[in-house]
Design a protein around this ligand. Structure first.
Ligand code: FE2
Length: 277
């Protein structure tokens, strides 16, 4: 088990330990699913993904205050994926917010938007049985807030809810699937995957230029997205962002007192213990 460790000073009297995991991509299908889904089951599935998840849950129970999962627990909607996810998420130790794959029917077969998301959500039977679009919980004086930004956008209601949460006056850890644009992370992605899009939320036009048309349209921020991103960067109570989607680890600052942590894919064993002090 390879668990990276990151400490962030946010001025707590007692440390709070979070185990951050993301992108498990459970990829099962059975005879109740159609042939296309059964073929997909072999696409991504690291056979060890479930084992890693179990190990991390055990580790969180023994060592951490909370496990934060930032989405893509499942790779696509199938009978066994939904059943397993629903069982796992009953565990109160796990705080979850959805990623793009939670709603994926056949992975990349369609334009993914709110209608597509809701179709899968209702097909699953109100999702995975836990809050998926917005989640919040106070743990030892830290306000953990999850936002589904998995189609690269925020919405105005996210801003309203964030402002309401900030009124509580507690330090905030945000959890969402797609990282916010930040220059060193953008450059790192371009270095690793030259000429590809970077999947970061809130890219300006200049940084969208290398993207192909499909990705530029998909990831060009709406006005609401820019408003929420600006608020996140300027609200002093927001101290840490936990995020995933990129399948590699990276830590950088959005401002002096705001750290964005990307953790690698749990499907290949990655996890990160974040100690807030
Ligand atoms: Fe993702």
């Amino acid at each position: 088990m390879k668990i990276e460790k990151t400490a962030v000073k946010i001025g707590l009297e007692q440390p709070v330990k979070l185990l951050h995991v993301t992108d498990t991509h459970l990829a099962l299908a059975d005879e109740r699913d159609d042939e296309r889904k059964r073929t997909l089951a072999g696409r991504f599935g690291d056979p060890n993904a479930e084992k890693y998840l179990e190990e991390h849950i055990k580790y969180a129970h023994e060592n951490c205050d909370l496990m934060v999962h930032t989405g893509d627990l499942i790779d696509f909607v199938s009978h066994p994926n939904v059943e397993i996810a629903r069982t796992i998420l009953k565990d109160d130790k796990i705080f979850f917010i959805a990623g793009n794959h939670e709603y994926s029917q056949y992975v990349g077969e369609a334009w993914e938007d709110n209608a597509y998301r809701m179709n899968s959500y209702m097909q699953m039977g109100y999702g995975l049985g836990v809050p998926m679009f917005w989640n919040s919980r106070i743990v030892s004086g830290v306000n953990i807030i999850g936002i589904d930004n998995s189609y690269y956008q925020f919405e105005d209601w996210h801003l309203w809810r964030l402002k309401r949460e900030a009124k509580k006056g507690l330090p905030i850890v945000l959890a969402f699937h797609d990282p916010l644009y930040e220059e060193s992370l953008y450059n790192e992605h371009m270095k690793r995957f030259p000429g590809r899009c970077t999947y970061l939320v809130g890219c300006d036009e200049e940084h969208l230029l290398p993207y192909d048309e499909f990705r530029a349209v998909q990831q060009r921020p709406t006005d609401a997205t820019l408003r929420v991103a600006e608020y996140i960067k300027s609200e002093p109570l927001i101290r840490v962002i936990l995020t995933g989607h990129l399948h590699f680890g990276f830590v950088s600052n959005l401002r002096d007192s705001l750290v964005q942590i990307v953790t690698g894919g749990e499907y290949e064993g990655a996890a990160r213990e974040v100690t807030l002090i």
